[in-house]
Design a protein around this ligand. Structure first.
Ligand code: CP
Ligand code: NVA
Length: 303
């Protein structure tokens, strides 16, 4: 039996596989834009399990699988047995007997690992506390569309060393680019949590302005991720100097792009004139979730 391929962390796919997905995403996006039908996943069912809120992830997976000829089923913790303590291993056994592919958004990475270990079908990480690999697929695809290959480029990550940041760091190792990270004291990257091979591909900076210098892409995320709401007020104080504003964008390379996975808080992690400004590609970035995830599902199911 061929081993099932999951996408639980960015480095679950090899560099060649990642590049294949970017190339397929370009083709699939072209078909979609030309209103051409492409139904390789006819009769396939995607189950989407959400233990946290979502707009983009749900929409892009549900629309994406339908556009490939398949169908999607949405489950959440509130109105399924998942919220009533059914073991994740049992849920995985049952759900994977009735579907062809599963996407999960949950809390600890360990939960999705346990699900995948008991699943008969591919499992995709739609965000955990530790990682958000589909987001970074879309972000890098967006970078490539605007600026060409990301190899050798520099990404500045300003703010929290969260799931999105960890995934950027993994991606830097896989695709050979650099990340400048600036976090407030006490919120530093934990290389072990980010599951990195080494520290060749990232550099940390105390001052976010220094991290922005030389960057081809400046990116950030909310100061308080889902699941950490109790820390919100403290974080607002701690992160006050880690806002991406026009001055910070000027410190980056002239043609630097700005990205944000969204949802954004204007006036907190990003100034309105940056996210709504000419260097921002956040709407392309959001749309590209659809195209890269279609390529990802196609790859995991059809090779
Ligand atoms: N960026 C992202 O994953 O958005 P949602 O939380 O809306 O899915
Ligand atoms: N870091 C954010 C990303 C949301 C898409 C969170 O986990 O809430």
């Amino acid at each position: 039996m061929v081993a099932i391929k999951h996408f639980l962390q960015f480095n679950d796919l090899s560099t060649d596989e990642l590049n294949h997905i970017f190339a397929r995403a370009t083709w699939i996006k072209g078909q979609f834009k030309a209103y051409k039908q492409y139904w390789p996943l006819q009769d396939r069912t995607l189950v989407m399990i959400f233990e946290k809120a979502s707009t983009r992830t749900r929409l892009s997976f549900e629309a994406g699988v339908q556009q490939l000829g398949g169908s999607a089923i949405y489950l959440n913790t509130r109105d399924s047995q998942l919220g009533r303590g059914e073991p994740v291993e049992d849920a995985a056994q049952v759900i994977s007997r009735m579907s062809d592919i599963v996407m999960i958004r949950t809390f600890e990475q360990e939960i999705i690992e346990r699900f995948a270990a008991n699943s008969r079908v591919p499992v995709i990480n739609g965000l955990t506390n530790e990682y958000h690999p589909c987001q970074i697929l879309a972000d890098i695809f967006t970078f490539i569309e605007h600026r060409g290959p990301i190899k050798g480029k520099t990404v500045a990550w300003i703010g929290d060393s969260n799931n999105v940041c960890n995934t950027w760091l993994q991606a830097a190792e896989m695709l050979d680019f650099n990340v400048h990270v600036s976090t407030p004291p006490g919120y530093e990257v934990e290389p072990e949590r980010a599951n990195l091979y080494g520290n060749d591909h990232f550099e940390t900076f105390a001052d976010p302005m220094n991290a922005a210098q030389g960057a081809d892409l400046v990116t950030t995320d909310v100061w308080t991720s889902m699941g950490f709401e109790a820390e919100n007020e403290e974080r607002k104080r701690d992160f006050a100097d880690w806002q991406v504003d026009a001055e910070m964008m000027r410190a980056a390379n002239k043609d630097a792009l700005f990205m944000h996975c969204l949802p954004a808080h204007r006036g907190e992690e990003v100034a309105a004139d940056v996210i709504d400004g000419t260097q921002s590609v956040v709407w392309d970035e959001a749309e590209n979730r659809l195209h890269v995830q279609k390529a990802l599902m196609e790859y995991l199911l059809l090779g």
